[in-house]
Design a protein around this ligand. Sequence first.
Ligand SMILES: NC(=O)c1ccc[n+]([C@@H]2O[C@H](COP(=O)([O-])OP(=O)(O)OC[C@H]3O[C@@H](n4cnc5c(N)ncnc54)[C@H](OP(=O)(O)O)[C@@H]3O)[C@@H](O)[C@H]2O)c1
Length: 370
Amino acid sequence: MKIAVLGSTGVIGTLTLELAEKYSVEVVALAAGRNLSKLSEQIHRFRPRYVAVQRKEDAEKLGKGVLWGREGLNALATLDEADLVVVGVSGTDGIEPTYMAARAGKRIALANKESLVSGGKVICETARKNSAFIIPVDSEHSSLFQLLLFPEQPQEIFLTASGGPFFRGRPEVIRIEDVLSHPTWRMGKKITVDSATLMNKAFEMVEARWLFNFPPERIKVLIHPQSAVHALARMRDGTLFAHMGPADMRLPIQYALFYPERKPPPSPPLHLENLGHLEFYPAPPEKYPTIDLGYRMMQEACSLAAVINGANDFAVESFLEGKLNFDRILDVIIEVSKVHRPYPLNTIDEVLEAVKEGRERAREISGVKE
Ligand SMILES: NC(=O)c1ccc[n+]([C@@H]2O[C@H](COP(=O)([O-])OP(=O)(O)OC[C@H]3O[C@@H](n4cnc5c(N)ncnc54)[C@H](OP(=O)(O)O)[C@@H]3O)[C@@H](O)[C@H]2O)c1
């Protein structure tokens, strides 16, 4: 098998390459943002035929033939030589390459959730039309993908949320390092902030809605601090199936790489006797504003989710740059969602425009200068 890894220097990309090396999977392409030293090591190790980076000057530093920018990333997303494209680019920059891979009819191991949040309808319809196959990497969705292999459709599906670092209490002043220390998962900065605000779970609700074409009112969220159960499905007769695994992304990545084959455990498997106890708590939309936003994003016209995604990107970047307080992130997003009048999105350009609109509104409302 030959793969292209987009976002190779990130957490998902690095783990993908670890598995590729272990199973002698050929890496034909690597795309990264700005981490040139890590990318150079990867190039040396995997000898890909194609390389792309975010900026022209970095492409020039790396040598002849290195692609750059949107075009570079999109070219690598659609390579004929790749049997599978892994989309591990973070944030809204992952939207267009995911769409391009879907349009090219590729098999896609999709980690980037922002693409389905903003452009779920357009991307999934494009994938269907062009016989592309999307295998989710996001752990909850990998679990749901496996639970939905049953011939019978469940009545309800549940995504679990760890509750983030502040579920059991919040310090008076929340510093960037408090937010970045997630209790159970090791992830890139953006998704770690999204987990602390619980925006990540709202995004995952939308992702599930499009990936599985599941009715929004039957998608539920449960807080589960141990992150051992990743998703559940309730059948017509009330039977509840839970999908469990270690809080380690190697397993869902490996599953997406080799589906339908199962390989040996990529990391120590879960042993229930070591877990002690499992807790589950409700996450009612009236108590958790992000869960409410999740339902709104699934039920209202598609521009709402794309605009919220753009607003969230801006707010999270501003927080990580020390320009916006943690508590203001959600205030800004909710305010953006209130002033937005949702409309349908029919093309990828409209999706990208709506994301831009969200960033713009968040900038105006927050007063943060870029
Ligand atoms: N980590 C997890 O456990 C996890 C779980 C589920 C879903 N996800 C999703 O997977 C995606 C990646 O997450 P992550 O944790 O791996 O993030 P990460 O560690 O921050 O990595 C992001 C990757 O994207 C690259 N990148 C960013 N902008 C780019 C651009 N314009 N062109 C090319 N490459 C670009 C980065 O390159 P540089 O570092 O070189 O700049 C890096 O390789 C996110 O959408 C996240 O929501 C992650």
